[in-house]
Design a protein. Structure first.
Length: 204
């Protein structure tokens, strides 16, 4: 199997899948039955786990150059501004994607990852993947966001449910969910601004 790489902002995520053909060949050992003169091959069946490796670093200025300042999240508007810089404008009205911003204790963006991509009206999100990335990047908080290709900002029942699940999981892990944004081409909805109720006050 091949090695797969995904972008996490200025970070990289490497997923290594174990149990390749070459692994099996290396772990194959030959056994000789001296009594019957039969040569047998046995395969080492020790279970191997896939490894998720996340690397991240902050850019530092070279000699004579000023270091790039990290982007700081202060409210829902600053979240939207950052998200619009990384969102694919050509597909924002075509299919749903779910993005996670990883933050440090100063609310500086460590990086981002597209955690899931779906169809026109839905995408499947696994909280374990979200917090797996957050833990490996030593994030103290996260912001999540997804788009509505329909252009409607009203949160769905699934949107409200996953937000509650992420808040509850974050409390257990001491990783704060600062906000969950729903983004369309020119507008956004913030769960935090609405008191985490999932009630929309915007005109649909």
């Amino acid at each position: 199997m091949k090695r797969r790489q995904d972008d996490v902002g200025k970070s990289s995520t490497d997923v290594l899948t174990a149990g390749t053909v070459s692994d099996r060949k290396r772990n194959t050992r030959t056994m000789m039955n001296t009594k019957n003169g039969i040569q047998l091959e046995s395969i080492d069946r020790t279970p191997r786990l896939a490894e998720l490796k996340v690397s991240y670093r902050r850019r530092r200025g070279s000699r004579g150059k000023t270091a790039e300042r990290p982007y700081v999240i202060v409210d829902s508007k600053s979240c939207e501004i950052y998200l619009r810089q990384i969102w694919n404008k050509d597909t924002i009205e075509l299919r749903e994607v779910f993005i996670v911003l990883c933050l440090n204790c100063a609310n500086e963006v460590l990086g981002w990852i597209n955690i899931a991509s779906g169809g026109i009206s839905a995408t499947v999100v696994d909280p374990r993947l979200i917090f797996g990335v957050a833990l490996q990047t030593a994030s103290t908080s996260i912001v999540v966001a997804h788009n509505h290709p329909s252009g409607l900002l009203r949160p769905s029942h699934q949107d409200i449910t996953i937000t509650k699940e992420l808040r509850a999981a974050g409390e257990m892990l001491a990783i704060t969910l600062h906000d969950h944004l729903i983004v369309t081409r020119d507008r956004y909805y913030s769960f935090a601004d609405m008191g985490w109720t999932g009630v929309s006050s915007v005109l649909e």
